[in-house]
Structures are given as structure tokens and as C-alpha cells.
Design a protein around this ligand. Structure first.
Ligand code: TYM
Length: 372
């Protein structure tokens, strides 16, 4: 096999990701048409992120549905490393999580890893815990059910989390953690322990309820190494293995690479002003020819066009309308200026609505946060 030109870890995503290679390398399963049909039987319709293969891979989702069909309710678990403001990439799994929560009417546990981000970034604990609150507003703004959503910062819910983390950590050797996460001698010892903390919510509802409850984790595939550890230790501790559904990465606004907070001009943040959004999108990379004349004559490539990809991932949920946009790009009838201006309007409308929901979330956030 040729040497891979990309890298996917929980802390770094580099290069053009080949998702088929990742499925093989991580040992996950592709979401099949049969599985999609099975989901549809329960949800009545398929979310566009499932139809389009944005959620593309899973672990044991069929097992979870077996359990559900015999009357065992599951819970959802997902999270955020609060190192700054939330961007559109982070919202992708959360929008889908809100849909799953609505369709299956289940509880959601949402972990804010303010500890992790302090350990791996040049940020104080006060800063990351502050961002945990800021980011929690974005979670609620995605439409989670406040009565069934439980958000917590690891620091503020530390007493409960730590007790379970210690029990988990006892089953994970340094050599396993090193092999899974690539830790080095220079890694600080906090981050070496941290995978036990991210594993805790996979089992926490089972601990709190005193019975085994199946867990489904919707998240991008970069988080998968954590679940390998969690799945490994689950049977040793008498728990069900947590199940996963993985999404692909929404690209950045520049050529290649995912949307990343470390390059703010590549990302649209939920706190951006209309002017900032307009500027970023008008400077975005498209798959078009260098001049309008050449674009009309030769057409462009929607697969590498970030503007087309934004419609695909979030901003055009109607498949027919999406195909028309892609066709316009391919045949050269859609020119870059109009293409970007249309997207900028959609994104500005979306963020304005999201910001209104964020404001409303401020009134209920205290009821939704778990603390010791
Ligand atoms: P974090 O803050 O890096 O990412 C939050 C969520 O966003 C996903 N994600 C993306 N999805 C699509 N396109 C992108 N460009 C993109 N960038 C990030 C991530 O996969 C994640 O789902 N350690 C975690 C926090 C965490 C967590 C969890 C995440 C704790 N428990 C359980 C998922 C599930 C972190 O730093 O996520």
C-alpha cells in the first residue's frame, strides 16, 4: 500500500483524508444501505448527513438497534474540547446528534474537556472552563432537548468523573495508550491519563442508574482512538461496549485540510459578525478556472470547491437543488462571484439565527449543566 499522505489523530488532522483507508486502518465498518434502511424504519426519514455519507462509518450500530428493538433505550454521548469559539465543523456532529435525540427521544451526555485542552494547548484552566460555558450555548442552540441534555465540564463535575476515571485507568497500560495515541516521553503525564476521563461518559449513565445502558457516540472519526480504549476495557468492567457513528470533516475555506480553529481564516465561527463571514467566504478557495471566460468555457470541479462543499455539508439540504449547484460549477454557468455571494448570504442567515438561539440558551444553561 502506498504511504498515506494524511494523518488523523484527536489532536491533528492533516492532508487529504481517504476515508476508505481510515475504515480499514481503524477497523470500523462502513454504513451499508441495509443499515440505512434499518435506521429509516425507526426515524421515518434519513437525515441528509446519512443520505450523503457525511456520516459514513460506525461500530456496532446494528447491535445498538437490536437492543433498541427489544426495548432497551440507549443514550447519546458526545463532546467538545473547549479551546476557543465553536466553528461550523464542530456543529456538524451536534446538528446530527440533535436529530437523533429528537427521533429516538433519548438522553444526551455532553462532555466539555476543559482539562484536555489545558493539557495540550497554551491555555489556562480558567480560559478553557470559560470556553466550556461559551461552547455549551452552541450545543443548546443546535436544538438539543434541554430536559434530556446533561452538559458538564470535567473540572466542575470532577468528583463524579474522577472516581470512574481511576477505575478505568487501572485497566489501561501505558504501552496500550502509547500505541493508540502515539504518546512520547515528552508528553505530559496529564494527557497520558486523560483517555480514561474521555471514556467515563460511555459508562456514567450505567453507573448512575445502576444498570447497563447502551451508548451511541456521534462524532467525527478523529475521536475514534478514545473509543478503541473504551471498548477494550468495557467487558472487563462489566459494561456494554460503547457504539459509534463517525462523520467526515467539513473542509476549511482554503484548499485542502479540515476546518480548524487554529487557522481562524479557514473557519466560520458561531460568534463571527456578518462582515467577517462575508470576507472569509469571498476569499474562499473555489474549484473554478482563474477567469470567468475560462470558467464559462471549461467549467470547474465541485469536489475541490470549498463553496460547493459547504452546500453539501450544511447549507443545501435538498438533494436536487444541491445537484443544480454542482452542475452549474461543472458546466461553467455558475461564476465564482455569484456562487460565493449566494453562500455568504446563507451562512450569514444561519449564523444570525444560531446567535438568537445562543442568546435564548443563556436563560436555561444553568439547569442543563451538571456539577458536583
Ligand atoms: P473537538 O473540540 O476537537 O471537536 C468537537 C467535535 O467536532 C468534531 N469535529 C469536526 N466535525 C466535522 N468537521 C470538522 N472540521 C470537525 N472538527 C472537529 C469532532 O470530532 C468532535 O466530535 N476530545 C474532544 C472532546 C470530546 C468528545 C467526546 C468529542 C470529549 N468527549 C465525545 C466527541 C465525542 C475534542 O477535543 O473535540
Amino acid at each position: 500500500m502506498p504511504k498515506e499522505k494524511f494523518k488523523v489523530t484527536p489532536w491533528e488532522v492533516k492532508g487529504k483524508v481517504d476515508y476508505n483507508i481510515l475504515i480499514r486502518k481503524f477497523g470500523t465498518q462502513k454504513i451499508s444501505d441495509d443499515l440505512l434502511e434499518r435506521i429509516k424504519k425507526h426515524t421515518g426519514e434519513l437525515h441528509f448527513m446519512l443520505r450523503r455519507g457525511i456520516f459514513f462509518s460506525h461500530r456496532d450500530l446494528d447491535w445498538l438497534l437490536d437492543k433498541y428493538e427489544t426495548g432497551e433505550e440507549f443514550f447519546l454521548y458526545t463532546g467538545r474540547g473547549p479551546s476557543g469559539h465553536t466553528h461550523l465543523g464542530h456543529l456538524t456532529p451536534w446538528i446530527f446528534t440533535a436529530w437523533l435525540q429528537e427521533k429516538f427521544d433519548v438522553h444526551l451526555y455532553f462532555q466539555m474537556t476543559d482539562d484536555e485542552k489545558h493539557l495540550v494547548k497554551p491555555l489556562s484552566l480558567e480560559q478553557t472552563t470559560g470556553f466550556a460555558y461559551d461552547n455549551a450555548l452552541d450545543v443548546l442552540a443546535c436544538g438539543m432537548d434541554p430536559k434530556k441534555t446533561h452538559i458538564f465540564s470535567n473540572i466542575e463535575y470532577g468528583k463524579t468523573i474522577y472516581k470512574e476515571a481511576v477505575k478505568i485507568a487501572k485497566h489501561v497500560t501505558f504501552s496500550t495508550a502509547k500505541a493508540v495515541f502515539g504518546f512520547k516521553n515528552s508528553s505530559n503525564i496529564g494527557i497520558i491519563f486523560f483517555p480514561a476521563i474521555q471514556a467515563v461518559p460511555c459508562f456514567l449513565p450505567s453507573v448512575l442508574e445502576g444498570k447497563n445502558i447502551p451508548c451511541l457516540i456521534p462524532a467525527a472519526i478523529d475521536q475514534d482512538p478514545y473509543w478503541r480504549i473504551s471498548r477494550d476495557i468495557a467487558p472487563k468492567m462489566g459494561y456494554y461496549k460503547p457504539t459509534q457513528i463517525h462523520n467526515k470533516f467539513i473542509p476549511g475555506l482554503k484548499p485542502g485540510g479540515k476546518m480548524s480553529a487554529s487557522d481562524p481564516s479557514s473557519a466560520i465561527f458561531t460568534t463571527d459578525t456578518p462582515e467577517q463571514i462575508e470576507k472569509k467566504i469571498m476569499n474562499a478557495f473555489t474549484g473554478q478556472q482563474p477567469t470567468a471566460e475560462l470558467q464559462r468555457k471549461l467549467g470547474g470541479n465541485p469536489d475541490i470547491c470549498t463553496v460547493c462543499q459547504y452546500y453539501f455539508y450544511l447549507f443545501e439540504q435538498d438533494d436536487k437543488k444541491l445537484e443544480k449547484i454542482f452542475e452549474g460549477e461543472r458546466t461553467g454557468t455558475l461564476l465564482a462571484g455569484e456562487h460565493k455571494a449566494d453562500l455568504a448570504k446563507r451562512v450569514k442567515d444561519f449564523i444570525a439565527e444560531h446567535q438568537r438561539r445562543r442568546e435564548k440558551a443563556k436563560k436555561i444553561i444553568d439547569k442543563v449543566m451538571l456539577r458536583d
